[in-house]
Design a protein around this ligand. Sequence first.
Ligand code: F3S
Length: 642
Amino acid sequence: MGYNLTQKIIRSHLVSGTMQRGQEIAIRVDQTLTQDATGTMAYLQFEAMGIPRVKTELSVSYVDHNTLQTGFENADDHRFLQSTAAKFGVYFSRAGNGICHQVHLERFGIPGKTLLGSDSHTPTAGGLGMLAIGVGGLDVAVAMGGGPFHLIMPGVINVRLHGRLAPWATAKDVILEVLRRLTVKGGVGKILEYGGEGIKYLTVPERATITNMGAETGATTSIFPSDEVTRAFLRAQGREEVWVELGPDPDAVYDEVLDIDLSTLEPLVACPHSPDNVKPVREVGPLAVDQVVIGSCTNSSYLDLMKVAAILKGKTVHPNVSLVIAPGSRQVLTMLAQNGALADLVSAGARILECACGPCIGMGQAPPSGGVSVRTINRNFKGRSGTADARVYLASPETAAATALTGRLTDPRELGTPPVVALPEKFHVDDRMILPPADNPDDVEIVRGPNIKPLPVAGPLPESIEGRVLIKVGDNITTDHIMPAGARVLPLRSNIPAMSEYVFTAVDPSFPRRAREAGGGIIVGGENYGQGSSREHAALVPMYLGVKAVLAKSFARIHRDNLINFGILPLTFIEPADYDRLERDDVLQIDGLHRALREGAELEVKNVTRGFTIKARAQLTPRQVEIILAGGLLNYTRRARA
Ligand code: F3S
């Protein structure tokens, strides 16, 4: 029996375990990436481990999230990150150089290597044939220290692409179709491995759009084979020497198969407020649009923006629309400037932003009250845009550009013949904004401004926990609900006491005060608790407020791992209907934790307030049990090194 591509890469990196679906395995990590919003914590955690230099083949620290500098906080963080990178042996991609995933694809990704990134869209590099997984910063810190990455061996879905995209149908429409079919939960515990004869018509940036947004299905990652298309991209980046051919064996076996006929796809849009609420553009509307945002790690490549420029050339943005464009990287922006496309965008009325995440993470460009924003980004959760009652629609750059011209959500097929844009023979390569690590790390002093506060660390898990239900939330609660982003909160990422004022405030403004008064407690959640971004602050800050456990119907993978990493017990209801029997302020008590966790036994959760008992399970691997008992991964790792 042959191996699929996923199994081949895992097999060549396997440190422990067998590749049996559902079993815990550990893999060697070749490369890591961090971005600034998760990076400050990751480097504080790395420092706390007492390891002088990273042990990976390559680690990169990017600055792309908090680039607005309306106060000292972000600028202080950038200096901290630059100095830690120099000292710890990490490449530093400066603010302005671009979005981590776009730059990593261009300058660092290598087919067949493993990449661990403290950003949920790390799977973007799967477009280049990497096994690229998004995790919390603490997992990245451990990997930088040479530790393997532990995960449950996922199932592999073979997504077979047939035929060829019709005019105006795009890679974005491919992944929106996958989301329509799988939903935001359908990929949990799985890897999406693309194949079929249709892949040869998709360039690496197009493949990267698809693997990027695979994260929205909850999948561990997504991956394409490395073929002649990959080679051409790397050659154009001046990096052909890192190319290797990689694909599944002819008799590879998969857990599931998903067939998509590319020729039947049409322009699609994800309607508010979930990336799986997907409909054909022609079926939505008429819908007046206030804002169009083109950019983000999903759709900001040279090819994307060249098509947008061709659509806008010689035309004018509709008077009721604000069109903002954030190029994915300095390479992209420089090339647009050199070939005149930037002039076409500006002349049409586009507002050009810096090469960064920007509006995608709510850093500026919030839409008007009650406004409609059409965006090429990957998430449209309520409030993420910075305007609580805005409605965000996710679409391809082509649909977004057509919409910017008409002022209403527009099927780009109305525009006639699509522009033809080819991958350039040579990209503009200039790595001067990527600083290599210092040769003499002892000479580097880490710069800590007042926004860099000490790292909070949990204590070991006690034998019993008793606590009030601090909040009871519904299904599909995102990490944005738990720990909001946006211009007010993001700059506080390295200042946990200040951040704790914002936990759950999008859902219940009194949460931080009540959690503090109660000295911590327990959270009750519905299905898919913690979906969305990898932000470990959604676990770290509740831990700081004294949250001991989250009792939910089910969890999103990265968030569940983050809870464990910070010593918060993730529990699931054995009877999901018991969710209805719990109310806010009920006092819950769980005894005999240590033995029950070690034996994998069911836990009895006493509702002290109402006088009944329900059952829950933790479903932890033996290693996760030890992490929880130690009070989190940092304590566990330090103990293992001692
Ligand atoms: Fe940045 Fe948005 Fe991607 S925040 S990394 S552009 S999902």
